[in-house]
Design a protein around this ligand. Structure first.
Ligand code: SF4
Length: 367
C-alpha cells in the first residue's frame, strides 16, 4: 500500500543494479548476454558504495535496491555492499542464479545481512523444459530447493517465469507446481527481443490477450500475488474483466493488480548497468547518465528521456490516444525493440483506443 503515495516522476519504486555480468549460466533469453567473467570496467567496490550512498537522496519513501546480474553471487564484495545499503535504510532484494553457489547457507547469510526478498527464475514445469532455457542441467532442482530453503528461512520469494510462444502452453503446469510453494509473488515476464532473447519467439498479440485473461482468472484465487513484467497492457485486460464481472471503480482500484498501476520502464523503474550506466530499464538499454559522474536523482527526474517516460502524453501511436495510458503506457522496452523509439506504441497490445482511426505503427526492427 505504501506504493500508492509515491510519485514515480520523482522517485522510482525499484532500482535494479546489475552488480556484474559474470554468470555461470547461459540462459537463452538473457538480457545481459552474461559472460563467465566480470567486465574489467565493472563498478568497483568504492564506486558501488558511492552509488548506494546516493539512493537516500530520493527521500522517503526510498526505492528498493534489487541486486541483479549476471549472478550477484559472483561479486566477492556482495555482503559489504548489502550492509552499506541496509545501514542507510535501503531495502535490498537479490536475484541470484541457480548455480552450485546458491546454497541454504548462502541464503541464511543473505537473510542475516538484511536482504528482504529473493527472486528466482523458473521457466518450465519440468527439469527438461526449464534446463533447456537455462542452458545448464540441474538448475531446475536447485531452483526448487532454493524456494524451499527460503521458505524455511522466512525469506520472501518472488518467482519469475518467462512467457514466449514456446513456453505459454506450459505455464499453467508451472502455476500448479508453484501453488503449494512458499511464494509471495509470481511474475510472468513477457519476452523482449534483446540480448539472447532475439533467439526466442514472443507470443502474438492475440495469443497474449488470451493468455493474460487466463492470468487474471487465476490471480484472484492464487495464494500469492500474480504480476506481469514488460506487459503493462495486462492492467487493461484485468480492468476489462473486472468491469465485465460487475466490480465497481472503487473495487477495481483496491484490487491487487492496481498496485502496479502507473509503473513502466523509466517511470517507477531505474536500471544501473555493471558499468555504471543509468538506463530507464534493463530491457531499455539507452544510457542517459553514469553513476560515476552523475546524480542518480537528477538523471531520474530531469534527463530528457526520463522526463518523456514520466509523461504518457508524449507517447505516440495508439498509446498516445489510449484511455489507459496513465495506468499502462505500454512496454517502453518493447516499443524500442520493435520501432527503435522508446515512445512508440507497444506492438504487443492489440487495443484500438476509441476514436483512433489510424493503423497501428509498423514494426520496423527487432533489435
Ligand atoms: S494502447 Fe498502449 S497504453 Fe493503451 S492499453 Fe495498449 S499498451 Fe497500454
Amino acid at each position: 500500500m505504501r506504493h500508492a503515495a509515491r510519485d514515480y516522476s520523482l522517485t522510482p519504486l525499484n532500482i535494479y543494479w546489475e552488480v556484474t555480468q559474470a554468470c555461470a549460466l547461459a540462459c537463452r533469453h538473457c538480457r545481459a548476454s552474461a559472460m563467465p567473467d566480470a567486465h574489467p570496467r565493472q563498478l568497483s567496490h568504492e564506486e558501488g558504495v558511492a552509488f548506494i550512498r546516493q539512493i537516500p537522496q530520493f527521500g522517503d519513501p526510498m526505492p528498493t535496491l534489487i541486486l541483479t546480474g549476471g549472478d550477484p553471487l559472483e561479486r566477492h564484495d556482495l555482503l559489504p555492499l548489502i550492509d552499506e545499503a541496509r545501514r542507510l535504510g535501503v531495502d535490498v532484494s537479490i536475484t541470484p542464479a541457480a548455480t552450485g553457489a546458491l546454497t541454504k547457507e548462502v541464503l541464511a547469510t543473505l537473510a542475516a545481512h538484511g536482504v528482504s526478498g529473493l527472486g528466482l527464475s523458473l521457466d518450465g514445469s519440468t527439469a527438461e523444459r526449464h534446463d533447456a532455457i537455462r542452458g545448464i542441467r540441474g538448475t531446475y532442482e536447485r531452483t526448487l530447493a532454493a524456494i524451499g530453503w527460503a521458505g524455511e528461512l522466512g525469506l520472501p520469494v518472488q518467482v519469475n517465469t518467462l512467457v514466449t510462444a514456446g513456453t505459454a502452453a506450459d505455464i499453467p503446469a508451472v502455476y500448479e507446481l508453484l501453488e503449494s510453494m512458499p511464494l509471495t509473488r509470481w511474475s510472468l515476464f513477457f519476452l523482449i527481443s534483446v540480448g539472447r532473447g532475439t533467439l526466442l519467439e514472443p507470443l502474438s498479440p492475440r495469443d497474449g490477450e488470451e493468455f493474460m485473461a487466463w492470468v487474471h482468472k487465476i490471480s484472484s484465487a492464487a495464494p500469492f500475488v500474480v504480476a506481469t513484467t514488460e506487459a503493462p497492457s495486462y492492467r487493461r485486460v484485468a480492468i476489462e474483466q473486472m468491469r465485465a464481472a460487475g466490480l465497481t471503480a472503487e473495487q477495481t482500484r483496491r484490487s491487487r493488480v492496481a498496485r502496479s498501476f502507473g509503473v513502466r520502464d523509466g517511470h517507477g523503474v531505474m536500471f544501473v548497468s555493471h558499468l555504471g550506466e543509468i538506463c530507464p530499464a534493463g530491457f531499455l538499454p539507452i544510457p542517459v547518465g553514469d553513476v560515476r559522474t552523475d546524480s542518480i536523482v537528477e538523471v531520474y527526474r530531469d534527463a530528457p528521456l526520463f522526463k518523456s517516460l514520466h509523461d504518457p502524453r508524449q507517447l505516440t501511436g495508439r498509446c498516445h490516444h489510449c484511455q489507459h495510458q496513465q495506468i499502462c503506457g505500454g512496454s517502453r522496452a518493447r516499443a524500442y525493440a520493435a520501432h527503435g523509439d522508446p515512445l512508440a506504441e507497444d506492438p504487443f497490445c492489440p487495443h484500438i483506443p476509441p476514436h483512433y482511426t489510424r493503423t497501428p505503427q509498423p514494426v520496423e526492427a527487432a533489435r
